[in-house]
Design a protein. Structure first.
Length: 180
């Protein structure tokens, strides 16, 4: 992986409506966002904390890092009505790369191997995007109908799995990110 091929970014907003300061709450003795950043730092790619609360976040980092940078995002992107895609597009206007790994610090225990798989799919396997998912191989319903099984029910090991986005990480090439 060449650094110019992919950069990671972690958008962090401290003024959450549902959970006050959720990105910096204590999880097992450290701020939640530090778990994600430390794992990303181990990938040896540039990692940007994208926030307008840089001073607060920078002083809370509890580990030595070598690939983490802080980038102030415009204040207008820090309100409750802002769509994620607007944040991601603005980041790509500020930081030029072929591909972007978006990681959410509210998924603090993602393994580096999961991030690497997302990146590899885009950089080396020809996909224009990838994301973390959870496999569900159980009886799923959608709009009052079976989604992945027939009636009478079969054994669960014979059910077609459903993959659900976890929102932990997404990797996009520049074209996908800019098209939304």
């Amino acid at each position: 992986m060449k650094n110019k091929d992919v950069v990671a970014f972690v958008p962090i907003r401290l003024n959450s409506q549902r959970i006050k300061n959720k990105s910096i709450i204590d999880i097992y003795g450290r701020p939640m966002f530090c778990w994600c950043l430390e794992t990303l730092d181990s990938l040896n790619i540039p990692v940007y904390v994208y926030s307008n609360n840089i001073d607060i976040l920078e002083e809370k980092i509890d580990f030595e890092y070598k690939n983490i940078y802080f980038l102030n995002r415009p204040e207008y992107l820090d309100n409750h009505d802002t769509k994620g895609i607007d944040i991601y597009k603005e980041f790509s206007r500020q930081i030029d790369a072929n591909s972007y790994l978006l990681a959410h610090c509210t998924s603090p225990f993602v393994k580096s191997s999961s991030y690497k798989k997302c990146i590899e799919k885009v950089l080396n396997e020809g996909y224009n995007s990838s994301c973390t998912v959870e496999k569900k191989q159980t009886f799923c319903w959608h709009k009052d109908s079976p989604l992945n099984f027939s009636i009478p029910r079969q054994k669960t090991q014979d059910i077609v799995p459903v993959y659900v986005e976890t929102s932990a990480a997404y990797c996009y090439n520049r074209d996908v990110l800019n098209s939304g």
